[in-house]
Design a protein around this ligand. Sequence first.
Ligand code: 1GP
Length: 239
Amino acid sequence: MNIYKLITDKVANKKKIIAALIDPDKISKLPQLIKNIESSRIDLILIGGSLLFTDIEKTIKLIKSNTKKPVLIFPGNILQVSDKADGILLLSLISGRNPDLLIGNHVISAPIIKKANIEVIPTGYMLIESGKKTSVEYISNTKPIPNDKSDIATATAMAGEMLGLKLIYLEAGSGAANHVPLEMIKKVKNNISLPLIVGGGFRNIENIKNAFKSGADIIVLGSILEDNIDFIEELGVVY
Ligand code: 1GP
């Protein structure tokens, strides 16, 4: 299975993608969550986090044995690599100026990722200010792009595309007070030709629909799926 092709085919056919972000630390809720995801509108599973207390590989195995949906590692750090997943978003934190997260960690993990022989999707990861300090902001030791500076976000995404990255990911951070502003999503999407992922702070169907309408191709849902297991059923009405 080529996950990037699955994404670009859907985008070409104007189909929107919903991804569930699973936090390995919430493992007690996992069996029920996976069961619900398996029979839902969700297309992709992401796994990872800024800070994990639980072994990611064990969780990936558990997920893989309960669903056929593709599982992509969304690594919070270089320890989060496993050959048990279908692929990995190789994130370069292009909104920040932390050299380790732009290239340093990639150098360290490249031989391990190569050996894992999983699909690698080079991703321009951009942290957007969301109303409160998020774990990703603290752990990455980078400044998010102010949420009223769509021009900075757009130029950053354009530079990511010119550098050859294959996806752009606008991240408000898990549990963000506000998701990425619609105006910013629109402007970024209008200036790149790559698939656009948007995540962080989505808590209702209205917000998800509006973000899709503004140009998001993939929306990532984390906290809401953990907090309200029935929310998955409501996703059926999202196009
Ligand atoms: C993925 O970090 C997000 O980009 C997930 O955020 O937990 O707020 O849905 P939430």
